[in-house]
Design a protein around this ligand. Structure first.
Ligand code: 0X9
Ligand code: ZN
Length: 425
């Protein structure tokens, strides 16, 4: 049962300060090949710099680094969210996200409905909102273009939940007053699934403070370890580089491709809509990157037109949010990732966005809650752009970006729930 806390009790509770100590390992690496070499030991490379990578972890990771024979420097890092950070915004809990989506649907039944991708391993909804001015039957017969925005394959990436969720709020709250938004909603079927990994997200969430640094889902592995990396479990290129076969590791790929119910559900949903769904935006954090296939190999996409579309779209979007656009494997090889499956198997246009900040030392996975709104705002144009071209992304090669998108957007107040409403006990 949801309980609203008073400000006084918030300050007296665990919300007042976050003080979570974790290790950060700095490992020298200057090329994508050197980074892939490190990734192949089973590490998630949280941050890539020109001459080093950063890995956040525990003493397990320190032991693995020692066993791997890699040189590294260990740094301690403490997240510290001050009262002002927490007061200025908040990451929503699992229940708050579900409630937010359900409230949007019940308050705007003409354009929004609550759905699920499916159920997680522990039985939670993988919540989803459908937003469209077209009713489902009509959308099917009219072949209305559909698009999927997803967040939180990785438990600790809370910002990847808030950004697509706030996009849902933006579309719904601006539908009546903004002609461009109305036009898009009336000619598209928009699916927003902000929590692909509900069990991991639920596990990682700590009310108002930064979390446990958990990445995987919560499916127990044989041998006693916990969890599969859901962004190594897709069935295209599964079992290749940058994904571990050791269940103890953070990038454990699972015992087989699509072994995880959460990813089976994504696959089955996207395939069921594929005849009119061309685009996916997959939100992660952090590093401020726009990534496109391939992830599993260094080669470029072989289809020349697709390369052009990806380049054009990635650079257009990067001009708005100032992120770095690149092929995912320029960072390091990772296999079984979502965009490779959506493009390689299904022929879709799929991007991974690594949201802010750009560094572990600027907040990493636990960016100050005071920054959530500005990260959303800086990604609004890219999200609208993907929606505009959802019917046929290749249109970007022959048509110029519509002026309503190039101009300053009408920044109507994006009404999210008030701070107190979001706090649960
Ligand atoms: O490791 C991932 O799945 C993504 N990074 S995250 O910190 N969000 O976990 C990036 C995958 C990018 N793909 C490749 N480097 N191939
Ligand atoms: Zn991620």
């Amino acid at each position: 049962m949801k309980k609203i806390l008073t400000t006084a009790s918030i300050l007296a509770s665990s919300l007042s300060f976050a003080d979570v100590t974790r290790y950060i390992f700095e490992v020298p690496a200057a090329t994508r090949e050197e980074r892939t070499y490190i990734a192949n030991f089973g590490f998630a490379l949280d941050e890539v710099q020109s001459d080093r990578v950063f890995i956040s972890g525990t003493s397990y990771d320190r032991d693995l680094l020692n066993r791997s024979g890699l040189k590294f420097i260990e740094r301690k890092y403490q997240d510290r969210w001050e009262k002002a950070d927490v007061k200025a915004g908040t990451y929503r809990s699992y229940n708050s996200v579900v409630a937010s989506l359900q409230n949007l649907a019940s308050n705007h039944p003409e354009i929004a409905s609550y759905m699920v991708l499916g159920k997680s391993f522990e039985g939670r909804d993988q919540p989803m909102l459908r937003i469209s001015g077209v009713n489902p039957g009509q959308a099917e017969s009219a072949k209305t273009p559909a698009i999927l925005y997803q967040g939180c394959h990785h438990a600790r990436e809370h910002l990847s939940v808030e950004v697509p969720l706030r996009f849902a709020e933006y579309l719904i709250n601006n539908y009546a007053s903004n002609e461009s938004v109305k036009n898009l909603v009336d000619h598209r079927e928009i699916f927003i699934a902000p929590i692909v990994n509900p069990d991991g997200f639920f596990f990682d969430y700590t009310n108002g403070i930064s979390g446990k640094n958990w990445r995987k889902n919560r499916h127990p592995n044989s041998g006693g370890s916990m969890g599969v990396d859901l962004n190594r479990n897709y069935g295209f290129g599964w079992g290749g580089g940058g994904a571990s076969d050791d269940p103890n590791n953070d990038t454990y790929r699972g015992p087989s491709s699509f072994s995880e119910i959460e990813i089976q559900n994504v696959r089955d949903f996207v395939k069921s809509k594929r005849h009119r769904m061309n685009s996916v935006m997959d939100f992660h954090s952090f590093s401020e990157l726009i990534l496109y296939p391939w992830g599993y190999q260094y080669d470029d996409i072989s289809n020349a037109k697709d390369v052009q579309v990806y380049n054009k779209m990635a650079h257009q979007m990067a001009s708005w949010n100032n992120y770095t656009a690149e092929q995912a494997s320029d960072l390091y090889i990772a296999s079984g990732v979502s965009v490779d499956y959506f493009y390689g198997e299904l022929g879709m246009t799929a991007f991974t966005f690594e949201l802010s900040p750009n560094s572990m030392f600027g907040g990493g996975f636990y960016l100050s809650p005071s920054k959530i709104e500005s990260v959303f705002t800086s990604n609004l144009k890219p999200m609208l752009y993907m929606l505009e071209y959802a019917d046929n992304p290749a249109r970007v090669l022959t048509e110029s970006v519509p002026s309503w998108l190039l101009n300053n957007l009408d920044q109507k107040t994006i009404k999210t729930a008030s701070y107190e409403d979001l706090i649960e006990k």
